[in-house]
Write a protein that binds this ligand. Structure first.
Ligand code: F6P
Length: 367
């Protein structure tokens, strides 16, 4: 029987548990044996009972749980070749040659590197007499399939990452709470949201809550943003608005790539021009916790099932796939191409090619 392992890696995101559940159950339904690797790559390097066989009922109740129940970690040992050698040995000892990873672009890149190195790692294990030729013979190839789990929605080539809509929902609820108190006191709030180098959460939160102004990395504000912000806020207030909400992505910067500091935005709103009673709220990790919304439960389930199909369809020479959603269809894309396009967005921002960065971030994959 084929043995397929699933693990979660990098920052947790709501919906990761749904992905684990779907992979385990689909693997079993397809006549395979399912395994979970606990604590991300850390578990792969440590081996032992960090790599556990899973039964159908072991993932019962997973859909409605937040975070990742099989744990995650940012593992330094796996970054080095000796760590990957130990990880490969642990996989062989458990008879596993297919790994589904649910994580962000860093975790997925690491996985593909592991796949590329696999034949060399096998040779080294035999050379060092850690395993015999007979032991490695059935495991000539490693299958890797990626699932994108991240609240940031920062991977190109997919419309949504597992977790981004739950996080957006949490941000909207929080802004609604803030709205009530802001309105009561006629205050202004500067709200910092997560997203790392991606402005999707900030932009969509702005759209969904009717914020007055949004700062995001891919589309910095105009050079004279202080005046721009002041005049917009003034106008909104003159129309009778009792509150002001400014959303700042944690990775936001101005058009000269200088970070936009929430304290600076606060000072501007509170300063002589606007004289608004202003507070700062940094939403932090509440954005990542809690139950997955319906969309993320559905997305993780459909994509988890597709990941198992992709493992079973894998053929030598075909690049590792990442499971995406494009125009509401679950599709497979090249993992390396998706990561490369994501990295290109960062390069465009560095070169101040902001329109191109937006395009690449938003690009629907066209064949
Ligand atoms: O990538 C997810 C994310 O929540 C980012 O939005 C944020 O910048 C980062 O992780 C926070 O990481 P940590 O949980 O390690 O503080």
């Amino acid at each position: 029987k084929r043995r397929i392992a699933i693990m979660t890696s990098g920052g947790d995101s709501p919906g990761m548990n749904g992905a684990v559940r779907a992979c385990v159950r689909m693997a079993i339904a397809k006549g395979c044996e399912a395994y979970c690797v606990y604590e991300g790559y850390e578990g792969l390097v440590q081996g032992g009972d960090m790599i556990k066989p899973m039964k159908w009922e072991d993932v019962r109740g997973f859909l409605s749980e937040g975070g990742t129940l099989i744990g995650t970690a940012r593992c330094m040992a796996f970054m080095e070749r000796p760590g990957r050698l130990t990880a490969a040995k642990n996989m062989i000892m458990n008879g596993i040659d297919a790994l589904i990873i649910c994580g962000g672009d860093g975790s997925l890149t690491g996985a593909d590197k592991f796949r590329a190195e696999w034949p060399g790692l096998m040779e080294e294990l035999v050379q060092k007499k850690q395993l015999t030729v007979e032991q490695v013979a059935p495991f000539r190839q490693l299958n890797i399939v990626g699932l994108v789990g991240s609240i940031d929605n920062d991977l190109s080539m997919t419309d949504a990452t597992i977790g981004c809509y739950s996080s957006l929902q949490r941000i909207c609820e929080s802004v609604d709470y803030i709205d009530a108190t802001a309105q009561s006191h006629q205050r202004a709030f500067v709200i910092e949201v997560m997203g790392r180098h991606c402005g999707w959460l900030a932009l969509m939160a702005g759209v969904s809550t009717g914020a007055d102004y949004v700062f995001m990395p891919e589309k910095p504000p105009p050079e004279n943003w202080e005046e721009d912000l002041a005049s917009i806020v003034k106008k909104h207030r003159s129309l009778g608005k009792r509150k002001t909400i400014v959303i700042v992505a944690e990775g936001a910067h101005d058009c000269n790539l200088q970070p936009i500091k929430v304290s600076k935005v606060k000072d501007l709103l509170a300063g002589d021009k606007l004289k608004l009673d202003t507070r700062i709220t940094t939403l932090g990790h509440v954005q990542r916790g809690g139950q997955a919304c319906a969309y993320d439960r559905m997305l993780s389930t459909l994509q988890g099932a597709e990941a198992v199909n992709a493992v079973l369809d894998a053929e030598p020479g075909i690049p590792s796939p990442v499971i995406c959603i494009v125009e509401n269809k679950i599709v497979r894309r090249s993992l390396l191409e998706a990561v490369a396009q994501t990295k290109e967005v960062a390069k465009c921002i560095e070169r101040k090619e902001f329109d191109k960065a937006m395009q690449l971030r938003d690009a629907e994959f066209t064949e």
